[in-house]
Design a protein around this ligand. Structure first.
Ligand SMILES: *Cc1c(COP(=O)(O)O)cnc(C)c1O
Length: 416
C-alpha cells in the first residue's frame, strides 16, 4: 500500500469493515488506544437504560432472579470463554484483573504446597505489567513462608529462571509496553517440564489475538474486559481455571458469592463446585451487564480475520512510519515477526510524552508508557487501513513541525 487510495481500496475489501458500524466513535478522532480503553458499542446505551430503568428501577430486588443478575458472572464467562479457548462453565466475569491474579496465584501455590512443598519461587518478568508484580509481592508478604519472586530479563532468560524451586510462572501473553507476544503453548510446556504451574494474564491478548488456554494446557488465566473487549471503563475482569484444578482448593477471597449455597446463610464457608468458587462478593451489575455488549461484537467477528487484519495494520503502520518519518529519532520497540507480535505497535522517541500529547491534540489518540514509549493500538474491529495512513500523516506533521515542543504538551496528567 503506497498511497492513501491503496488503503481505501483495502478498506473496501476488508471483511471486518462492517463491524465499525456497531460502535459509536466520535468524528474527527483516529482511535489508537483500544488496547487501554475500548470504544463504546452502540448497544451499550440502551442496555444501560434497560438495566437501570427497568431491571433496577422497576424490578428492584426481584431482578436478582427475574433479570438473571445472579447468573451473570457465569453466563458472561461462558461467552468470554469462547474467545480464549475455554469450555463452558470454566470462566467467571468478576472483580478486577489484579484481584483475579491474587486468586489464581493463591490457588497455584496451594496446589504446589501439596505436590512439591520445597518449591518457593514465583517466576515472572521484570517488564511485566506492574500490578502483576505488585500482587505477587503482596502474596509473598502475606504468606511469610519464604517465597521469592524471580524476574526474567535480558540477563536471566526463562530457561534459566525455571528450575526445581519454581512453584509458578506468571506472565502476560502480550506485553503491555512492547506488544511482544509469547507462544503460550510452548512456554506452558516449558514450565510444566520443570514442574511449575503456568498462570497467564490475557489483558492485551483476549479479543486481539487468537488465544487457546485449553490447547496450550495452561493452568490459570485472567484478563480484563475494558481493553480489546470494549466493555467500558473499569468493567469487571475474568478468571479461567483449568478444570483439573478447579475443585482442588478454594481461593482465599472466600466471600459468600463463592459459597455452595449463599442463601443458606450458614456460619461456615463451603466452596461452590466449579468456577463459581472464584467469585467473592456482590457484583457491580450495571457495569457487568454492559460487558455483554462488547463481547457480542467480538463474538460476531472471525478471530482469524481479526488476527490477519491486525498484523496487516501493524505492518502498514511500521512501514509507513519508517518510510515517511525517516530522519526522526524513532525506534521500533515491538517485534516485527508476526508470531511474536500482539495487536499494538510501540515506538520510542526521546520526547515520547510530548509527541503523544501533540498527537492527541490533533485527534490521533494513542498513549504513552515509560520510558519514552508511544503506544499505538491497532484494533481491527473499528480501524481501517486509511485510518493508519492518516495517523502516520499526522505523526509526520507533528514531528516535522516540532509542534510537540510547545510547553503545554509536556504537562503531565495523572493518567498517561
Ligand atoms: C491492563 C492490565 C491489567 C489491569 O489490571 P486491573 O486490575 O484491571 O487494573 C493487569 N494486567 C495487565 C497485563 C494489563 O495490561
Amino acid at each position: 500500500m503506497h498511497t492513501r487510495a491503496d488503503c481505501l481500496q483495502a478498506d473496501r475489501q476488508d471483511p471486518l469493515a462492517p463491524l465499525k458500524q456497531l460502535f459509536d466513535l466520535p468524528p474527527d478522532v483516529i482511535y489508537l488506544d483500544g488496547n487501554s480503553l475500548g470504544v463504546l458499542p452502540k448497544t451499550a446505551a440502551a442496555r444501560a437504560a434497560q438495566v437501570i430503568g427497568q431491571e433496577w428501577g422497576n424490578g428492584l430486588i426481584r431482578s436478582w432472579n427475574t433479570a438473571g443478575w445472579f447468573e451473570l458472572p457465569a453466563r458472561l464467562g461462558d461467552k468470554l470463554g469462547q474467545l480464549i479457548g475455554a469450555g463452558q462453565g470454566q470462566v467467571v466475569v468478576t472483580d478486577t484483573t489484579s484481584l483475579n491474579l491474587f486468586k489464581a496465584l493463591a490457588a497455584a501455590l496451594r496446589i504446589q504446597q501439596q505436590a512439591a512443598p520445597q518449591r518457593r519461587v514465583i517466576v515472572s518478568e521484570r517488564d511485566n505489567f506492574p500490578t502483576d508484580l505488585y500482587m505477587i509481592q503482596g502474596m509473598i508478604d502475606l504468606l511469610q513462608q519464604g517465597y521469592e519472586l524471580r524476574l526474567i530479563d535480558d540477563n536471566l532468560p526463562l530457561e534459566q529462571a525455571l528450575d526445581d524451586s519454581t512453584a509458578a510462572l506468571l506472565l502476560s501473553h502480550v506485553n503491555y509496553r512492547t506488544g511482544a507476544m509469547y507462544d503460550m503453548a510452548a512456554v506452558t510446556a516449558q514450565a510444566h517440564a520443570r514442574g511449575a504451574l503456568a498462570i497467564w494474564d490475557l489483558a492485551h491478548a483476549a479479543g486481539a489475538v487468537p488465544v487457546d488456554v485449553t490447547g496450550a494446557n495452561a493452568d490459570f488465566a485472567v484478563g480484563c474486559t475494558y481493553k480489546y473487549l470494549n466493555a467500558g471503563p473499569g468493567a469487571p475482569a475474568y478468571i479461567w481455571v483449568a478444570p483439573r484444578h478447579t475443585d482442588r482448593f478454594w481461593q482465599p477471597l472466600s466471600g459468600w458469592w463463592g459459597h455452595q449455597r449463599p442463601f443458606d446463610m450458614t456460619a461456615t464457608y463451603e466452596p461452590a463446585g466449579g468456577i463459581r468458587r472464584y467469585l467473592c462478593g456482590t457484583q457491580p451489575i450495571v457495569s457487568l451487564s454492559l460487558v455483554e455488549c462488547g463481547l457480542d461484537v467480538s463474538l460476531a467477528a472471525d478471530m482469524n480475520e481479526v488476527r490477519k487484519k491486525s498484523l496487516a495494520l501493524g505492518d502498514l503502520f511500521i512501514e509507513l512510519t519508517e518510510n515517511r518519518c525517516a530522519g526522526h529519532p524513532l525506534t521500533l520497540v515491538t517485534p516485527r515477526e508476526h508470531a511474536r507480535r500482539g495487536s499494538h505497535v510501540s515506538i520510542r522517541h526521546p520526547h515520547g510524552y510530548a509527541v503523544m500529547q501533540a498527537l492527541i491534540a490533533r485527534g490521533v489518540i494513542g498513549d504513552y508508557r515509560e520510558p519514552e514509549v508511544l503506544r499505538f493500538g491497532l484494533t481491527p474491529l473499528y480501524l481501517g487501513y486509511a485510518d493508519v495512513w492518516d495517523a502516520v500523516d499526522v505523526l509526520k506533521d507533528v514531528l516535522d513541525s516540532e509542534v510537540w515542543k510547545q510547553p503545554q504538551f509536556s504537562q503531565r496528567g495523572a493518567v498517561t
